[in-house]
Design a binder for this molecule. Structure first.
Ligand SMILES: Nc1ncnc2c1ncn2[C@@H]1O[C@H](COP(=O)(O)OP(=O)(O)OP(=O)(O)O)[C@@H](O)[C@H]1O
Length: 243
């Protein structure tokens, strides 16, 4: 048996700092992302969640240690980090509204596009919409195009920033289902404000406050503790709350 534990994290972040000018945005953030399932990165508005994702990707000026798949990446440029398998779906989705679903996907995978097995398996709803302009899709379907575009490349870890922001409840559920399915094969670090969704699909949570980690643990345990959740996030779930 190798000494490598299958529970070794896919990502380890140690003492991550980000400064913008005189602002010290991340102040020594450390956490692991498990090699399976969904790890949710939570926190009130403006605490540094998006900055954490950008720092992992090299899109924010950072110091500290970041180990992905056993390799230190904190000195690598973004192009290499992405090429080595860290996928990123930013908050604004960035689909090309004037292009069809198929064209959006062919920009990444010229040969297979929507016919790629990963798209057929994870995003079957997109298949009959291959000739539809992406700008006319629902917000949930646009999110699926954005996810599919990233997953067309070999991905060992997927970073997803607030994928359900602004979506109607039914579409939130659709996106949650897709993310849960994605996470069966690719670990996900998810920034999300929707607690019912976090309870439904996340295994672990990391909570930031003012640029520091203030809580790490199981998603179910945190959300079951309404007082602690309210203390950390300013909101909590009623017991009967549903996703
Ligand atoms: N490029 C930048 N230059 C200067 N300050 C920035 C920059 N990007 C983010 N910030 C600041 O860093 C802090 C953290 O922002 P960030 O977007 O990471 O928070 P967040 O937790 O993702 O918030 P939200 O939930 O509102 O998206 C905020 O005070 C923000 O104004």
């Amino acid at each position: 048996m190798s000494s490598t534990d299958t529970r070794d994290p896919v990502l380890r972040v140690e003492d991550l700092h980000v400064r913008y000018g005189g602002s010290h945005i991340l102040q020594g953030v450390s956490f692991d992302v498990a090699a399976t399932g969904v790890t949710a990165l939570l926190g009130r508005n403006g605490v540094g969640k998006t900055t954490t994702l950008k720092a992992i990707l090299g899109l924010a000026p950072r110091t500290g240690r970041i180990v992905a798949n056993g390799t230190e990446i904190q000195k690598h440029p973004t192009t290499r980090i992405v090429r080595d398998g860290i996928g990123y779906v930013p908050e604004d989705r960035e689909v090309f509204g004037g292009l069809t679903v198929e064209e959006n996907l062919r920009l990444v995978d010229r040969d297979r596009g929507i016919d790629a097995p990963v798209v057929q398996r994870l995003f079957p709803d997109l298949v009959p919409r291959r000739s539809q302009r992406a700008g006319t899709l629902s917000g949930g379907q646009q999110q699926m195009v954005a996810l599919a575009r990233v997953l067309l490349r070999p991905t060992t870890l997927l970073l997803v920033d607030e994928p359900t922001k602004g979506l109607a409840p039914k579409l939130v559920t659709e996106v949650a289902d897709v993310l849960a399915e994605v996470a069966r094969s690719t670990p996900v670090l998810l920034v999300e404000q929707n607690l019912p969704l976090v309870r439904r699909i996340a295994d672990d949570v990391v909570v930031l406050d003012a640029g520091r980690v203030v809580h790490r643990g199981s998603a179910a345990d945190l959300i079951a503790d309404a007082d602690r959740t309210r203390e950390l996030l300013g909101v909590s779930m009623r017991k009967e709350g549903a996703a």
